[in-house]
Design a binder for this molecule. Sequence first.
Ligand SMILES: [Zn+2]
Length: 262
Amino acid sequence: MNRRKGSVLILMMAKAEGIIIRTTDYGESNKIVTLYTEQFGKIGLMVRGARKPSNPLSAVSHVLFYGLCLFRKGRGLGVLYQAESINPLRAVREDIEKMGYAALILELVDRLTEERQPAQGLYHLLRDALLLMEKGTSSPVLALICALKMMPLAGIDPELSCCTRCHEKKMDYLFSISEGGFLCRNCAHIDRYAQNISPAAQRLLPLLRAVPLERLGKIALKTKTIGELESIVYSYYEDNAGIKLRSTHFIKQLAKFRSDEA
Ligand SMILES: [Zn+2]
């Protein structure tokens, strides 16, 4: 290798902490992993031999891998050379409910970002949410917090502090997906599909959107309230951003299972 080629290669090498948010099999023995990092945002990396059990990279080329990665950025697809786990997120990966909600957060990050365009604060949100989930914080609540905080990335951010039409602060609102947030009873006539929303959900929506994850204490919400919040938040993505999250199918199944149990 001549000296110039060598220095270009060094420039293209990067070491970064990241989380694998998606993987795709490629050819007989390779995988393409989508890594989310703070510095580079989302980046696609080829992992040669990742599907061969004997290859050390096979143990790290999975969704929810969280660690330090050494890779070549390149202009198109990069190449992953080494990866060292920081936290295996075992509790998340071994629990079907946690895994379902983690998948939802990963899907949001994937669908709301463009390759190599880091979004301010998003990496920390993703990482901290997964680490809290690992420690036992409610996974549906963490997914709701992430979904609410990521709404500006989708260009949708509902009005949750006053009536979206007259801007008056009231004690009691309806929720309007088409008008974009809270609607007071005087203005409710402008959207005949405005839905009733419980006092708990009215209080929680702005609270969950604003709370910094590091300040989130123990939080336990009623199953019914979680269901109500999920219905509002994920319908909002679907109707206002055209994003129908594949992972919400799992949540609906789970809700059915919960109600069968009750
Ligand atoms: Zn109003």
